[in-house]
Design a protein around this ligand. Sequence first.
Ligand code: SF4
Ligand code: SF4
Length: 459
Amino acid sequence: MMISETSKPDTVQTEKRKWLYPLVRKGKFYQYRTWLSYFYLILFFAGPYLRINGNPIFLFNVVERRFVILGQVFWPQDFFLFVLGMLAFVVGIVLFTIAFGRIFCGWICPQTIFMEMVFRKIEIWIEGDAKQRRKLDEGPLTNEKILKKASKHLIFVVLSFVIANTFLAYVIGSESLLKIITEPVTQHISGFISICIFTAAFYLVYSQAREIVCTVICPYGRLQGVLTDKHTLMVAYNYLRGEPRGKRSRQQTKAPKGDCVDCGLCVDVCPTGIDIRKGPQLECINCTACIDACNQVMEKINRELNLIGFYSEETIEKKTKPKFTARMAGYSSVMVVLFGVLAYFVLQRSDIDLTVLRSAGLLYQEQPGGYISNIYNADIINKTNQSQHINLVADDPSIKIKYIQTPGTLAKEESTKITFFLLVPATSIHNAKTDIKLNVVQGNKILGSANTTFIGPIN
Ligand code: SF4
Ligand code: SF4
């Protein structure tokens, strides 16, 4: 029996674009992606409401410049940590791309997960498989078509609204989002407008833009040509096995042709509409849909699986195993160093951030009892999620502190500005400038420190 041939990808060529109707073939990788998407979706929607030590798991409040990563609060003062983290992340992505190509796009990127595992499934549920969807689009405007299209787009809008709310919760926090939802719109005009804009953006992305986000808009996709090389493992067609392609009957196990029966199924399932048999392409998001589809064909014709599989150019050409190259080793080392430095600084982070500046333009003053004084301004930030009753003490016990405003109790994540005098015994001053270390303490526990200088007369 001949494997049926699908002559062309299931597409409609319009003036503006080629509209795709990808088939869904449920194979091993599709199942893995489905499970991964469940995990991802639960995490995404529950994320803003999950707490670690009272803080959300992730918060990216760009407006207030307050970031929370895995329950750790990062303030503008921790910006270097944020930059370091981003740098380590980018190097990690580059390394991952050098080793495995664009697999992030097909398996982890929210765009693909929502498109293929949520919106596409809803579309299939309402409009049917690829052929039925195409027929519906090309057919006349019947009551059935109106009903199907209206229900699909209504669900898309509602879902986009839910995603927009969740997305906003990652930016402003779930408590602020709840206020926008429960309080009158007039009190949260900007929040309401943001939700509308995000809803419209998500709706347009998932109902219209779709694969164009991956093939044209996404800058990461355009970088593939630079990052990948002949050692990169990616979804590829083993042309040495597959060519020359051609139809054959199921009984023909020793056909003169290659293993590809030219059924076109790998093209029909591709969500970006490419033919992987033409070689690696930038548009390939490594979703593995073509591997599943081709493996089903190989099973039917009793041929070895993975005619399309994870291969590098070299593993196909030389029939060797994948290599861990010097380039991968180089990026791995940089990434390990960056993550190591980041971990060190994160662990060294104090609970209280203290910045002390001597008042500009003021000289020292002589004080009774043989002391010299300087006046200082300090910014103190409580980075913890508990209130802290704090005090300042100098490392040198002979130095006294006289407050103009006392630090007192700082509520969680609150900051304060204080002014105070440092009184240093004149006999301890031997230079025009003396380095002094100040600690923020609660009881006997040091919560943070800062260095400053003290000016005085030279004895
Ligand atoms: S590579 Fe596999 S799925 Fe694609 S046309 Fe050939 S046999 Fe069919
Ligand atoms: S070529 Fe295969 S792996 Fe690449 S996007 Fe298309 S179906 Fe997915």
